[in-house]
Write a protein that binds this ligand. Structure first.
Ligand SMILES: NC(=O)c1ccc[n+]([C@@H]2O[C@H](COP(=O)([O-])OP(=O)(O)OC[C@H]3O[C@@H](n4cnc5c(N)ncnc54)[C@H](OP(=O)(O)O)[C@@H]3O)[C@@H](O)[C@H]2O)c1
Length: 323
């Protein structure tokens, strides 16, 4: 198996905590360099992960020995740096959300299509084995016909300088926590969804949405109800409710690699808990990124990213707003 040489644009928290350890753990990649606006920051992270430090994002893109980049910049900077990376011939693994809206996502995907390069949005949770287990329960008819999908993702307030509160950097709960529950809806109800209604609560001072909710339906009359927030008791769960029972996943989006999530199956007078073996969805998505590059299998990831962007746009364009 030929390794892919990868570089990282931005010494982000998520890179240090999650993706750099996964890149080092996966056999498929050689970590060449990390780039930062700040030389010392790059040097510290590079020392921790045994790679080169580069000052400035443009310089990492000029390196001929780098085939692909992982981009964990604030969402509002993605369009600029994704397009720059593509124009330098790099495949891109972009942190979610891919960009701030559909028009911007389309520019990025069009550039990828012209250059025949992979752009993939870094939603790792679908690559955790707990969801395959849930899908098998559904296929086996354990809860009968599915009518409802309900999902929540929210966490307590972050530091006041956090990128999530900065409108210019693509802040707001919809593009962050909201993106997960919209992605999870597609995993179980399909991608052909119609928005029934949405609500976003804004922080009037910051002008970013702090919490919100939305309802979707599909051509099977299934209903999804999603909630997302920056100002809550921590939740990342989903519940699928059918004619005969209900399935609950309590740690749906962020199970750490050493954590064994529990799936609960409930029916009339019956409750069963399944403890799922730990899985490293950070490594798993990197393996998929590698496979898709090696097999030139780009279209599916381009389409997934565009559908996701379109659904987020629908919420932004049709929500009731409160300040
Ligand atoms: N998939 C997941 O599980 C997951 C989890 C958390 C976050 N994320 C996503 O990852 C991205 C980064 O999130 P994070 O929490 O890791 O953020 P963060 O720690 O604030 O990192 C963002 C990085 O972007 C760079 N940057 C460039 N211009 C900036 C500016 N004007 N202000 C602030 N930073 C700037 C900085 O790198 P330098 O200083 O080194 O240049 C900074 O370290 C976001 O898109 C977020 O949605 C994904």
């Amino acid at each position: 198996m030929k390794k892919i040489n990868i570089g990282v644009i931005g010494c982000a928290n998520v890179a240090e905590r999650c993706m750099l350890p996964a890149i080092k753990a996966a056999n498929e990649f050689e970590l060449i360099a990390v780039a930062s606006r700040n030389r010392e920051k790059a040097a510290n992270l590079a020392a921790k992960f045994s790679c080169e430090a580069i000052e400035g994002y443009a310089d990492i893109l000029n390196r001929d020995d780098i085939d692909a980049v992982y981009v964990p910049l604030p969402t509002g900077l993605h369009e600029e740096w994704l397009i720059k990376a593509l124009r330098k011939g790099k495949h891109v693994l972009s942190e979610k959300s891919l960009t701030t809206d559909y028009a911007s996502a389309k520019k990025v995907i069009d550039e990828a299509e012209i250059r025949q390069l992979l752009v993939m949005e870094d939603f790792m949770f679908p690559y955790h084995r707990q969801h395959a287990f849930v899908k098998k329960l559904l296929l086996d008819g354990e809860i009968g016909d599915v009518y409802f999908f309900k999902s929540s993702f929210g966490f307590p307030p972050r530091g006041k300088d956090d990128i999530r509160y900065d409108r210019k950097l693509g802040g707001g709960a919809l593009l962050d926590a909201g993106a997960y529950v919209v992605k999870a809806t597609q995993m179980f109800l399909g991608r052909d969804l119609t928005l029934l209604g949405a609500f976003l609560k804004y922080d009037g001072r910051l002008d970013v949405d702090i919490y919100g909710g939305a309802m979707f339906t599909n051509n099977k009359d299934q209903i999804s109800h999603v909630s997302f927030s920056f100002d809550n008791y921590y939740q990342c769960s989903y519940e699928i409710w059918g004619s005969k029972g209900k399935i609950t996943a309590d740690r749906a989006f962020t199970p750490p690699p050493n954590f064994a999530p529990t799936i609960v199956l409930e029916k009339q007078d019956h409750r069963q808990e399944f403890v799922i073996a730990p899985d490293n969805h950070f490594v798993n998505i990197l393996k998929e990124f590698h496979r898709a590059i090696r097999e030139n299998d780009f279209r599916r990831h381009w389409d997934e990213a565009l559908t996701q962007a379109k659904l987020l746009d629908q919420i932004r364009e049709n929500h009731a707003r409160s300040d």
